[in-house]
Design a protein around this ligand. Structure first.
Ligand SMILES: Cc1ncc(COP(=O)(O)O)c(C=O)c1O
Length: 342
């Protein structure tokens, strides 16, 4: 018989799929590592399962224990999946800009969700980082995953995602591009690939409103770079320890609008229903297309699934409210039809 012992064994070995239409004008082969094929629909399943198993082995997580994490949603969903399989409790602290879908999804996986203000600095006691740290100290037998500082975040991708990409491209990959938040996915994959071939170029996408690009280019942590934006998971208002800046060759900033419109194009032109940050990766690549040549092989990472953004980038009202599209609303159409018939 051929079967898996639990859903956790279905994590990883995601497909590499060629992008054919959205990449017109890019003189290179562009392949997407589509992480939505993971059972929790995101790349974060990989680190979640690995971190929980390591915490069990080291005795940090024991029977009847509680997993605690500050998350923009996807890591929490991966952890909740592992918690369900292994019988742990889970508490997630999210900030108030995360999509309602992700919060409802976390609850449906059995997580207790604490919503924290997004407009406070990470060190503020109200931030989702501080609240996670505090409750992990208050609750007995609790384990705080802390993906921003946990070396198992990048090392999971060094051990798995990087080798998968190297093997699937037969070592021909020349460029890697991915949205960066904690930096764990991009830097873990990059470390493995650069050890294989130091010439591979590693590009991260960053958000307008995040400090990453400026810090990478100048070494200056500039608070003036921090302001509100809507992309989830991309960019940061501090420099996480899991982000090894020395592995990244370039950060490309992408607007919320360009990333959202590209997310929609990925569905309509490639049949891939992926999230806002995946749109940022392809929009960023298009902005960089002059640096590519026909023999290049680019791998772009698609972190999560479009179902998480049904109330945002896949919702015309939200897109219109943000000024990302200016189509007629159904109300406009009804009004026009009434006028025409009167
Ligand atoms: C949707 C999405 N895209 C991109 C990222 C960034 O990935 P990483 O934290 O590995 O840099 C995240 C992280 O939470 C995410 O949830």
């Amino acid at each position: 018989m051929k079967y898996l012992n639990s859903v956790l064994e279905a994590i990883g070995n995601t497909p590499l799929i060629r992008l054919n239409r959205v990449t017109s004008g890019i003189p290179a082969l562009v392949l997407a590592k589509v992480e939505t094929f993971n059972p929790g629909l995101s790349i974060k399943d990989r680190i979640a399962a690995n971190i929980v198993e390591a915490a069990e082995k080291s005795g940090k997580l024991r029977k009847g224990g509680t997993i605690v994490e500050c998350t923009s949603g996807n890591t929490g969903i991966g952890l909740a999946m592992a918690a369900a399989v292994k019988g742990y409790k889970i508490i997630c602290t999210v900030n108030d800009k995360q999509s309602k879908e992700k919060i409802q999804m976390l609850r449906s996986w059995g997580a207790e969700v604490i919503i924290c203000p997004s407009k406070v600095r990470p060190e503020d006691p109200q931030s989702n980082y501080s609240v996670a740290e505090r409750i992990s100290q208050e609750i007995p037998n609790a384990y705080w995953v802390n993906q921003y500082d946990n070396p198992l975040n990048p090392s999971t991708h060094y051990d798995n995602t990087g080798p998968e990409i190297w093997e699937a491209t037969d070592g021909k990959i020349t460029h890697l591009i991915a949205p960066a938040g904690t930096g764990g996915s991009l830097c873990g994959i990059a470390k493995f690939l650069k050890e294989k071939n130091p010439k591979i170029q590693v590009w991260g996408t960053d958000a307008y409103g995040s400090v990453l690009k400026k810090y990478h280019e100048t070494g200056e942590f500039d608070e003036k770079e921090i302001y509100d934006y809507s992309m989830e998971g991309v960019g940061r208002e501090f420099i996480p320890n899991s982000m090894d800046m020395s592995l990244i060759d370039h950060f490309e900033k992408v607007t919320d609008k360009d990333a959202a419109l590209m997310g929609r194009r990925l569905v309509l032109e490639e049949g891939l229903w992926v999230g806002h940050s995946s749109g940022s990766a392809v929009a960023g690549l298009l902005q960089m297309k002059n640096r590519l040549k026909p023999t290049d092989v680019v791998v772009v990472i698609f972190h999560d699934h479009g179902s998480r953004y049904i109330g945002k980038i896949y919702n015309d009202d939200w897109m219109r409210m943000k000024g990302f599209i200016d189509d007629e609303t159904d109300e406009d159409r009804i009004e026009k039809a009434i006028l025409a018939s009167s």
